[in-house]
Design a protein. Structure first.
Ligand code: BEZ
Ligand code: FE
Length: 276
């Protein structure tokens, strides 16, 4: 502990003292063998070797150990009825296309069309106009556009809330999919009998001046994966939404008739103030 006393960065010293305290406790409590220590070093080396600009195995490791969700919990204090945050995940892209209200984020991605509407409000119930709403999701095979190697852009877009805080768009009904499990983290899940599957979800990031940026998802009520468990512990009850299924030809909220069944859901977002 004392080796960090002269650190010019006392916050760094505080974190490292805690890391050392807990890591030593792991070794003592488990009577870690030298073979196990070597296996742990090899695991971390493999995680480093598979990591590239587009594949971050250490974030994945943090996710499946619940460390990401714990970090989100301590950094997004519950505030009045503000919408809860959840894990960011590796599949956000900065330069998603912009859409107008009522347009489609699917961009040709296969899946069941899903109408999503809602409002963005502050914790006093006032509409937040012009909030930037980023949305991204996997196709019905459980793959994000960036996991394909042909540079396609689909299943993602951003739009702005209207003057009255409302928003609406077409997307896809989310389906469960596995996190990337062809690397060391996948091997760890397999060795411990854990599933790589995530509960079906649609990602949101909502930001507005003076408001805490919200990174979250909505989950699908009735999805069997909710009961089986989410591999990154991202589910919160308040984020589980009803997705209603509609028959083909039932008129859609924007007055169209589709030749296949579609779904609809609602997500009312409440943003906390920036400084809480
Ligand atoms: C995702 O939801 O996209 C995700 C989150 C954590 C790890 C892998 C994927
Ligand atoms: Fe996801």
């Amino acid at each position: 502990m004392a080796s960090f006393d002269e650190s010019p960065d006392q916050r760094l010293a505080e974190v490292l003292r805690s890391v050392v305290t807990h890591a030593h406790a792991v070794v003592r409590e488990t009577r870690l063998t030298e073979d196990e220590w070597n296996a742990a070093i090899k695991f971390l080396t493999d995680a480093g070797n598979i990591t590239t600009d587009t594949r971050q195995e250490f974030v994945l490791l943090s996710d499946v150990l619940g460390i990401s969700m714990q970090t989100i919990a301590v950094n997004n204090r519950a505030y009045e009825d503000a919408t809860e945050a959840t894990v960011f995940g590796p599949f956000f892209a900065q330069d998603a296309p912009r859409i107008d209200q009522g347009e489609d984020i699917a961009g040709g991605a296969p899946g069941q069309p899903c109408w999503v509407e809602g409002t963005v409000k502050d914790t006093d119930g006032n509409p937040v106009a012009g909030a930037r709403i980023e949305v991204w999701e996997a196709d019905d095979e459980g793959l994000y556009d960036v996991q394909h190697t042909d540079g396609r852009v689909y299943g993602r877009a951003w739009l702005e809330s209207d003057k009255d805080g409302t928003f609406r768009f077409w997307g896809l009904t989310p389906t469960p999919y596995p996190i990337p499990h062809d690397g060391p983290v996948g091997k760890m899940l397999q060795s411990t009998g854990r599933s790589p599957y995530r509960a079906a979800h649609l990602h949101f990031m909502v930001s507005a001046p003076g408001r805490r940026t919200l990174v979250t998802h909505i989950f699908v009520e009735g999805d069997p994966q909710l009961g089986a468990g989410d591999s990154v512990f991202g589910v919160k009850d308040s984020l589980i939404k009803t997705f209603e299924t509609h028959d083909a030809n039932e008129p859609t909220p924007d007055g169209r008739r589709l030749d296949k069944s579609w779904a609809s859901t609602r997500f009312d977002v409440v943003l906390a103030p920036e400084d809480v």
